[in-house]
Write a protein that binds this ligand. Structure first.
Ligand SMILES: CC(C)(COP(=O)(O)OP(=O)(O)OC[C@H]1O[C@@H](n2cnc3c(N)ncnc32)[C@H](O)[C@@H]1OP(=O)(O)O)[C@@H](O)C(=O)NCCC(=O)NCCS
Length: 430
């Protein structure tokens, strides 16, 4: 009862959201498959818009073996000959029928009773050939070229579950064997899905000691990928897809264990989940600047100095004043900075050179950095902070600063005032 109540916020959040869920052909022979289908039906009845992408690798392998066809895997890519393509088509068709029939069940005494689900498959994925690489022609092995987002969205709008196979078609009518993971990833990115969920054999992404990582921000995921790519290629590929999706507008990527009964629901409707969640946020750190940051700060402030928004600081001055600076770092790049000059005797401090890189403005960073600087000033027992600015008075006023006069500032600062710039003074009690 209690867990169901705890699920309420998630139920509200997920209504009308789009999830792309992908699983390999192994899922169909797994004991958990009937339960997975029940859980998909539940999500559908809660108003979640579902796109399912299936793989068919074991089914293809079985047919290849039965028909005594060899399909080489070279550099991790399967070469699909005409004969092999027939196996791919047959295997994919039978997996599709199996999934469709499961989703059509509405038996009494099961969680599926009363469910009327429409499942639609179609020519939504345009493919292109992998082509000739290192002298090898991969023939019918292809890559995703385009996904028909409009058609998929249309079907989702009408309550259909969209089922995508690992096959794609070219405008000339050729058929290509694709990786289901690629189809899912491109589709999630193209239709602007809220989630990409990949069901795998293991628990999720492990750390270097093998323990499951519950959550990864984008930059952590990228560094984990670098460590993993030589150790576990399949899992690295799954992580790469999750990263790609998050880098292309998908809100969350989940990697979860397909063997767990109710794994999908546990991942979605409980706070901790069961697998690995990758989110598109990146880590940013705000810290005191060091001498190594001088070049980065100069890169950030030079354009504004040239526009006359900031007073020009030479490299030498910046080096001597670097201890006054605080920087915000993202992806090893300085994206914001500010300086604090205390006037201890007067219990005053000046905030200067508050800059947020143009690409990162209007996201609250300036505000956060100002608050950070205020905290720093408080630690120095400062009672009032002030800024001198020509362009940004309004911004500071909206954050509690009041217009002041030069005479209200510490004497030492008054003497340094640049009368040509005619900066205005803004003061805030803290
Ligand atoms: C001022 C500055 C630091 C704000 O950074 P930011 O990360 O965009 O700040 P926030 O996200 O907290 O605030 C953004 C809001 O401030 C507004 N804003 C930005 N510059 C402004 C200005 N000069 N006057 C008034 N409002 C301004 C934005 O329009 C935005 O408003 P909105 O949310 O209603 O769209 C940044 O615009 C900047 O680097 N400016 C150039 C350097 C500068 O003038 N520094 C101050 C001198 S020390």
């Amino acid at each position: 009862m209690q867990w169901f109540r705890c699920a309420t916020p998630y139920i509200n959040t997920f209504r009308n959201r789009t999830f792309v869920i992908t699983f390999g052909g192994e899922m169909l022979t797994d004991d958990q498959f009937p339960h997975l289908v029940e859980d998909l039906v539940l999500l559908n009845s809660l108003g979640v818009r579902l796109v399912l992408v299936y793989g068919a690798r074991p089914q293809i392998d079985r047919l290849l073996q039965q028909r005594q066809i060899t399909a080489e895997v070279i550099n991790g890519i399967r070469l699909t000959t005409d004969q092999a393509l027939n196996c791919v088509k047959d295997a994919s068709a039978s997996v599709r029928v199996e999934i469709e029939s499961r989703l059509s069940m509405g038996m009494f005494n099961t969680p599926m009773a009363g469910s009327h689900i429409t499942v639609t498959s179609g020519n939504f994925v345009t493919a292109k050939p992998v082509g000739v690489r290192d002298g090898i022609d991969y023939q019918h092995t292809g890559e995703v070229r385009k996904v028909d987002a409009k058609a998929i969205r249309n079907l989702l709008d009408h309550g259909s579950i969209v089922l995508l196979s690992p096959l794609g078609y070219s405008p000339t009518g050729e058929i290509f064997n694709l990786s289901a993971e690629d189809v899912a990833t491109f589709t999630a990115a193209t239709i602007g899905a809220d989630k990409l969920i990949t069901l795998i054999d293991g628990d999720g992404i492990p750390d270097a000691k093998g323990a499951l990582i519950r959550e990864l921000k984008l930059d952590e995921a990228e560094s984990r990928l670098r460590e993993m790519s030589t150790v576990n290629e399949d899992l690295a590929k799954t992580l790469l897809s999750a990263i790609y999706a998050c880098n292309h507008g998908v809100q969350r990527s989940h990697i979860i264990n397909r063997h767990r009964d109710g794994g999908l629901l546990l991942e979605l409707f409980t706070r901790d989940g069961i697998g690995t969640l990758i989110s598109p946020e990146r880590y940013e750190v705000t810290r005191k600047a060091t001498i190594e940051d001088v070049v980065g700060i100069l890169d950030l402030i030079r354009p504004l100095e040239e526009e006359g928004v900031l007073v020009r600081r030479s490299r030498e001055i910046l080096e001597t004043e670097i201890d006054h600076f605080t920087v915000t770092i993202r992806d090893q790049t300085i994206i914001a900075c500010a300086a604090l000059y205390p006037f201890s005797k007067e219990q005053f401090a000046e905030i200067a050179c508050l800059v947020v890189h143009h690409d990162y403005q209007k996201a609250g960073r300036g505000n956060q950095l100002l608050q950070h600087m205020e905290q720093e000033a408080k630690k120095l027992k400062t009672k009032e902070i002030f800024v001198l600015t020509t362009h940004t008075g309004q911004w500071f006023q909206e954050r509690g600063f009041k217009g002041g006069t030069l005479k209200g500032l510490p004497l030492d600062r008054q003497q340094l005032y640049n009368y040509q710039r005619r900066s205005r003074v803004f003061i805030k009690k803290i």
